[in-house]
Design a protein around this ligand. Structure first.
Ligand code: ADP
Ligand code: ADP
Length: 226
């Protein structure tokens, strides 16, 4: 289980830009939360502070009641999927998915089990020996998700995972993320500028503007509000 709590979280970049002002949010175990808002409103910064990829200027982030401000990304029990996939071009799909497990010195047998199980769930078993350049955008995105899945993470962080895909593939992958969510029982925090994605994916939606939370609620609550 993994609840996530942000308490008075603030981000001031070195250039004095205040990207996130005073972010307070309690995310329940297994909840699917979507941060939505226009480019530059602070969504990625907030996600990256939860992931440990960006220093928290003020306030604290708790995962399962533990303050993680000073923990390395790998020690936070989170996995992040990026917009640009961030796959290693010289490694096969299998090795891309195995990479973080090899760093943990996991046994080859266990790595094999995890990688093939995730690949099966994602429908990419037949691509395991290919290099990323031989894959379509949708397939690459599945590999990026698979790489996060093998790690047994308590929290799944996704930063605009669909925005590099064309409209048709985006709709298809959105449906797949809904299925994935049913298969892997974790907490999701998902960043997008797309209202449709927010509406269809989120249990709750956090609408952000200029580094502030404007509104938090279920899709019906936030989008039916006049
Ligand atoms: P997004 O809209 O998806 O957040 P951006 O194109 O705004 O992506 O940012 C891409 C990268 O550039 C990110 O790693 C972000 O941290 C960095 N970045 C964005 N704005 C600035 C800035 N004003 N100064 C330095 N780096 C920035
Ligand atoms: P979003 O994800 O909603 O597009 P970001 O979190 O990327 O927003 O950016 C929020 C604000 O912080 C923007 O004004 C952006 O230019 C600024 N910013 C992002 N990354 C950096 C950075 N590395 N250095 C300075 N400013 C940044």
């Amino acid at each position: 289980m993994a609840s996530v709590r942000l308490k008075n979280v603030k981000k001031i970049y070195d250039n004095k830009v205040v990207a996130v002002h005073d972010f307070n949010l309690d995310i329940a175990d297994k909840e699917f939360i979507v941060f939505v808002g226009p480019s530059g409103c602070g969504k990625s910064t907030t996600l990256r502070m939860i992931a440990g990829l960006e220093e928290i200027s003020e306030g604290k982030v708790e995962i399962d009641g533990v303050v993680v401000n000073d923990l390395q990304p790998k020690d936070r029990g989170v996995a992040m999927v990026f917009q640009n996939y961030a796959l290693y071009p010289h490694l096969t799909v299998y090795e891309n998915m195995a990479f973080s497990l090899r760093l943990q010195k996991m046994s080859n047998d266990e790595i094999y089990k995890r990688v093939t199980a995730a690949a099966e769930t994602l429908g990419i078993l037949e691509y395991l020996l290919r290099k990323p350049r031989a894959l379509s955008g949708g397939q690459r995105q599945r590999v990026a998700i698979g790489r996060a899945m093998v790690r047994d993470s308590k929290v799944f962080l996704m930063d605009e995972p669909l925005s590099n895909l064309d409209a048709k593939l985006r709709n298809q992958m959105r449906a797949e993320i809904i299925l994935l969510r049913k298969k892997i029982d974790t907490t999701f925090i998902y960043v997008t500028h797309d209202q449709t994605e927010a509406m269809t994916l989120g249990d709750r939606i956090v609408i952000m503007k200029d580094g502030f939370i404007q509104q938090v609620g279920t899709p019906t609550e936030v989008f039916d509000d006049p």
